[in-house]
Design a protein around this ligand. Structure first.
Ligand code: THU
Length: 163
């Protein structure tokens, strides 16, 4: 018997301005994710999530969370953006995904962590394209976390190779 650990590396930036000094395109993607929070439909949670996907062809596809009175029928911003990108540009790799949120109830000062279902979708998106995507997370303000590839966020993931 032996104990093992999952170890994840990620980069922390003080804010979007520091990110812009190192990676201007990623800071711009984050700005577009913030913009997308304005299109969220969130009468139940009041929690506006915005996502922006940058594709290898340079196109940016945005998504927002869309809720429904039948709660499970709603969808997270990340999957709205990723599915929309796949539907409009099949076969084009996703380079990066930025995720942000703001709330009508409180300040969101911590980076938003994507839910498990969205991570599972990110994994298969990466698998299709064969290259890891960069994931950029921020709250409404504050620190920015950057992950290189979704397996850093979700180790020991279910993959098609298991089937
Ligand atoms: N939500 C997202 O859009 N992305 C996530 O990764 C987590 C949660 C949405 C779903 C729901 O509309 C609201 O946030 C509260 O859970």
């Amino acid at each position: 018997m032996k104990k093992q650990q999952f170890v994840s590396d990620y980069t922390v930036y003080e804010d979007e301005n520091e990110l812009a000094k190192f990676a201007a395109a990623d800071a711009e993607l984050l700005r577009q994710a913030h913009e997308a929070t304005g299109n969220a439909y969130v009468p139940y949670s009041k929690f506006h999530v915005g996502a922006a996907v940058r594709l290898a062809n340079g196109v940016v596809v945005k998504g927002s969370n869309i809720e429904n009175a039948a709660y499970p029928s709603g969808l997270c911003a990340e999957r709205v953006a990723l599915f929309s990108a796949q539907a409009q540009f099949p076969g084009v790799a996703v380079e990066a995904l930025a995720i942000t949120a703001c709330s009508e109830i409180k300040d969101v000062t911590e980076p938003v962590a994507p839910c498990g279902a969205c991570r599972q979708v990110m994994v298969e998106t990466e698998q299709r394209s064969g290259s890891p995507m960069r994931i950029i997370c921020q709250g409404n303000t504050g620190k920015v976390f950057v992950f290189e590839g979704v397996e850093t966020l979700m180790p020991f993931i279910f993959l098609t190779k298991f089937m």
